[in-house]
Design a protein around this ligand. Structure first.
Ligand SMILES: Cc1ncc(COP(=O)(O)O)c(C=O)c1O
Length: 397
């Protein structure tokens, strides 16, 4: 039977990482994958995570299954981080949270849940968006549409076009919004724009599905929730797919969450009962370890403080690399303006490099960048690789 199978193309982003691994050039630079790197080019384990793991190892008594929706402590910590401990959606218990294997697991559970119960609802994605969004929702059998996001120059948000597009989305469709650090562009709406987006979404009765994969990587843990605060209005429904892959550096542990905000606590419990079925038929119940790390760190005042400092260090390094890149490019290629990169948030930016230039960077300089907009992971830059990187970019420009 398998003889008839065609060879599938490699994943657009993870495939580049494979190619990078096999590249023998000692000066190679990987700006493609969405993983934080420190100044030495490593993806470190946070010290707060190591300490939480030490405690867990000393105290764990069983490797038994978690419940379908995961650990209740974890769910409570997730909600506190998303909304703040005193937010109405938390205190009235109209938010319910299931622990999932990463943000991707959360998106897939949400997609299956929506497809099963709202089969006619289309899912609207920003143009552009993270490539896996379309793939995940298509795999769940959903019809996908897109809404305008990027301006013509590819450097900022076309807010007028975005809101005009939102006003055309039919009631009861689903809109996927990036809470912060938009992937792949790094371009986020302002706080005031989020208020307007929320007003349109709720006026039209569209269901917001918020992908929150980078909390704390933009401006700060609380600052990055302006989108959620705008959308979480009294009585309004919302889905949040969040992840601790990036802000805890727990990529391989697969730690995420699906939070459903319903109009009332009773409806929220009914929604959770249905989410449980999506989970049970996908992977039964979530892995224990990563969620236990997050719950341990967030539940301990000292560890939490340490985490916030470590997260700030990652965020500050990305900001510094953005500044240094803009300054270095100004020296190397003064006729090209890259200052827009400093306004963008999180790990990614659209560099504006063409597919031909992206190819040339890889084949001539062993620099790996994602095609279609030239998405670069700013966290892959270091003080050491900045000079050769910018020299190569200036050369291909
Ligand atoms: C926008 C966005 N959403 C979700 C995810 C999923 O992250 P993970 O499944 O690794 O937690 C990512 C990861 O790159 C992402 O960029």
């Amino acid at each position: 039977m398998f003889d008839s199978l065609p060879l599938a193309p490699p994943d657009a982003i993870l495939g580049l990482t494979e190619a990078f691994k096999h590249d023998p050039n000692p000066r190679k630079i990987n700006l493609s994958v969405g993983v934080y790197k420190d100044e030495q080019g490593n993806t470190p384990i946070l010290a707060c995570v190591k300490e939480a793991e030490r405690r867990l190892l000393a105290s764990e008594k069983s490797k038994g299954y978690l419940s379908i929706e995961g650990h209740p402590d974890y769910a409570a910590r997730v909600q506190e981080l998303l909304f703040g401990p005193t937010h109405e959606v938390v205190t009235t218990r109209r938010a319910v949270t299931a622990q999932t294997p990463g943000g991707t697991g959360s998106l897939r559970v949400a997609a299956d849940f929506l497809k099963k119960h709202f089969p006619r609802a289309k899912v609207w994605l920003s143009k552009p968006t993270w490539a896996n969004h379309a793939a995940i929702f298509a795999a769940a059998g959903q019809q996908i549409e897109s809404y305008a996001y990027l301006d013509a120059a590819g450097r900022g948000l076309d807010f007028a076009a975005m809101t005009a597009a939102l006003k055309q989305i039919p009631t009861s469709d689903v809109i996927l919004l990036h809470a912060c650090c938009h992937n792949p562009t790094g371009i986020d709406p302002t706080g005031a724009q989020w208020q307007q987006i929320a007003a349109v979404v709720h006026e039209r009765g569209i269901l917001p599905l918020v992908d929150f994969a980078y909390q704390g990587f933009g401006e700060g843990l609380v600052e990055d929730t302006v989108s959620l605060s705008a959308l979480a209005r009294p009585g309004k429904e919302l889905l949040v797919c969040s992840s601790f892959s990036k802000n805890f550096g727990l990529y391989g542990e697969r730690v995420g969450a699906l939070t459903v905000v319903a109009a009332s606590p009773e409806t929220a419990q009914r929604a959770l009962s249905q989410v449980r079925i999506s989970i049970r038929t996908n992977y039964s119940n979530p892995p224990t370890h990563g969620g236990a790390i997050v719950a341990t760190v967030l539940g301990d005042a000292d560890l939490r403080k340490q985490w916030e400092l470590e997260l700030a260090t990652m965020r500050d390094r990305i900001h510094q690399m953005r500044r240094l890149f803009v300054e270095t490019m100004r020296r190397k290629a003064p006729q090209h303006d890259f200052s827009f990169l400093q306004q963008q948030k999180g790990m990614f930016s659209f560099s504006g490099l063409t597919n031909v230039q992206v190819d040339e960077l890889r084949t001539k300089h062993a620099i790996y960048v994602v095609a279609s907009g030239g998405r670069i992971n700013v966290a892959g830059m270091t003080r050491e690789n900045m000079e050769p990187l910018c020299t190569a970019i200036a050369a291909i420009l």
